[in-house]
Design a protein around this ligand. Structure first.
Ligand SMILES: C[S@@+](CC[C@H](N)C(=O)[O-])C[C@H]1O[C@@H](n2cnc3c(N)ncnc32)[C@H](O)[C@@H]1O
Length: 235
């Protein structure tokens, strides 16, 4: 399947209209992520992004909030029943993702995603992780916003590195706070504060990563976050 047909199918199955921002992250996941995956800071939205991880064979994940993990586990239990679609649609709606909760169409994309989800745990990206396995891909979508200093960033990135097989890769996607002077000269860390490519590169290198490819993308969506930093790195 091509990324276009994945997105077409998403729309056809009526998960909702797709914003340029969602399509952008969806494409990144579709084009990069493969094999056994561990998602860092999955939030309640793992299932949503899993629909775009078409080349993943399994997806384990964790989040610091037990509510998020409980929510996902409940979805998985209920996935055997039709009302799951309504639950998912409710969630998408509350997150502004414009899903249609009244769709009567086949929902195979979400069911395929469910089948790939494996271990879901409560864990902190800044502490030792309860995953011993090595993965082909580790992903982090917005989770790095939780770090408060460069030394915390290094701990988080080292944790990602440690869970990768040799030649495994990491995908990073982070939103910068909306401001006009983003980028290199604003290395603050507080929640979603700007972390520049320069800082990411320095920290990734320290953690042992190579082939570090990072870029900025202007985000036109009115979500309060002006710019996305995204990219991949290899172990
Ligand atoms: C912006 S949300 C992104 C969630 C999800 N990845 C997505 O794309 O929708 C950030 C997530 O990181 C989680 N988080 C924050 N601090 C964390 C930490 N120290 N360790 C693990 N997860 C953390 C939050 O609970 C939240 O679910």
């Amino acid at each position: 399947m091509s990324v276009k047909s994945c997105i077409d199918r998403y729309i056809k199955e009526e998960y909702g209209s797709i914003t340029p921002e969602t399509a952008f992250v969806g494409k990144l996941l579709f084009n990069n992520v493969k094999g056994k995956v561990l998602d860092f800071g999955c939030g309640p939205s793992l299932l949503y992004w899993a629909m775009f991880m078409q080349n993943a064979t399994s997806i384990d994940a964790f989040d610091i909030l037990s509510e998020n993990i409980e929510y996902l586990k409940n979805l998985l239990v209920k996935s055997k029943k039709p009302e799951i679609y309504y639950k998912l649609a409710d969630w998408l709606l509350t997150h502004g993702l414009a899903a249609n909760p009244y769709s009567k169409k086949d929902k195979s994309l979400v069911m395929d995603a469910f089948k790939k989800i494996g271990k879901l745990k409560v864990a902190n990206i800044l502490k030792s992780l309860p995953f011993k396995k090595k993965y082909d891909y580790v992903t982090e979508i917005g989770c790095i916003g939780c770090v408060n200093s460069e030394s915390e960033l290094l701990i988080a990135v080292k944790n990602m590195y440690a869970r990768l097989k040799k030649d495994g890769s990491a995908l990073f996607v982070n939103w910068l706070a909306r401001r006009t002077d983003i980028a290199e000269e604003v290395p603050q860390f507080d929640g979603m504060a700007p972390i520049s490519i320069a800082i990411f590169k320095k920290v990734f290198k320290k953690a042992g990563f190579r082939n570090i490819k990072l870029a900025y993308k202007k985000n036109k969506a009115d979500t309060g976050f002006a710019t996305i930093i995204y990219g991949t790195a290899k172990r």
